[in-house]
Design a protein around this ligand. Structure first.
Ligand code: ATP
Length: 300
């Protein structure tokens, strides 16, 4: 039987707005998500036993049932026991390139790649929306990671409307090596601080009024690069920047050089900047690195 090697690209949030509470306890969100070239590689190999094994040499990535890639494989094994019996178990090897707990959806990207890969390996013939429906049970970012590209994500992040591809941009990413932020902490702290301003789940009018993602979606539709840069937004910065001074410093370092815009991605601590060319990206890298010594990635 064949083996598969898949790329699992990271995402950044060009826009992240918290609208209110949902009856299921999650937050109601409006996000614009963009996949980037930074990616893990996932190797899937059939094994003789009917088990699922995960290998990853990154110290922060659990090599067991807590791994989202494992949970994706286990989900398909439970949904399709005949395929597991016919094709046998799977070894998942994760070659980590995406920083962990960095607001780049590394775990979700791995789960998405495993769903897509096992669908091929076991010849399940699932459609993209069937894979996304399964993915949504694993994590809110998994459906987007299956589709990739540029999309408006609503609900808890699982309802997707594709947007035109963004071209002509370079993304510069930077992160302090030993800094990570828990997504759960970021959302819980946001709820503690701003929960009293949330729209109640049943008040659709309040929700419509709160939503401000329209101008960003319009700027993307018109490919207006400087407007996209100006409209970058992330509500979670309100809780992360006051606590994580390094993230604030990094954002300021990006903003002090000429970029279209800079923002923390997701729950952080990765900060990204949008620039118009590779030459501009290299210039930004050199200037930020001379101020702060830390890993920087350039894509696009
Ligand atoms: P998100 O923005 O989707 O919440 P993130 O990018 O901030 O996620 P991840 O890199 O997905 O964060 O890691 C979050 C946590 O998930 C880590 O603490 C890590 O131990 C755990 N984890 C489980 N499976 C994986 C995986 N395959 N890759 C990375 N982390 C994983």
């Amino acid at each position: 039987m064949r083996s598969y090697s898949l790329l699992a690209p990271a995402k950044i949030n060009l826009y992240l707005e918290i609208i209110g509470d949902r009856p299921d306890g999650y937050h109601e969100l409006a996000m614009v998500l963009q996949s980037i070239d930074l990616a893990d590689r996932i190797d899937l190999r059939p094994i003789g036993t009917d088990t699922i094994r995960v290998r990853c040499d990154h110290p922060q990535v659990p090599p067991d049932k807590n791994n989202l890639a494992y949970r994706a494989a286990d989900l398909l094994a439970k949904q399709f026991p005949d395929a597991l019996a016919r094709y046998g178990g799977i070894e998942i090897v994760i070659h980590k390139q995406i920083p962990v707990a960095a607001g780049l959806a590394g775990g979700s990207a791995n789960a998405a790649a495993v769903l897509v890969g096992i669908d091929l390996l076991w010849e399940l013939g699932l459609t993209q929306s069937e894979l996304q429906e399964l993915g949504a049970t694993l994590g809110s970012d998994v459906p987007f990671c299956i589709a990739g590209g540029t999309a408006l994500a609503t609900g808890r992040g699982e309802k997707l409307s594709p947007l035109p591809d963004l071209d002509g941009f370079c993304v510069v990413l930077a992160k302090y090596r030993n800094l990570s932020i828990s997504t759960a902490w970021a959302y819980q702290t946001y709820r503690q601080k701003f929960g009293s301003t949330y729209c109640p789940p049943e008040d659709l009018e309040c929700r419509r009024e709160r939503l401000h993602s329209g101008p960003m979606v319009g700027a993307i539709a018109h490919k207006d690069r400087s407007k996209i840069g100006q409209l970058l937004h992330n509500d979670l910065e309100k809780v992360a920047l006051p606590v994580y001074e390094q993230v604030l410093q990094l954002r300021q370092a990006f903003e002090s050089v000429s970029v279209l815009g800079a923002m923390m991605s997701g729950s952080g601590p990765t900060v990204f900047a949008l620039v118009e060319s590779r030459a501009a990206a290299l210039e930004v890298e050199a200037k930020v690195k001379s101020a702060i010594a830390l890993p920087i990635w350039i894509f696009g």
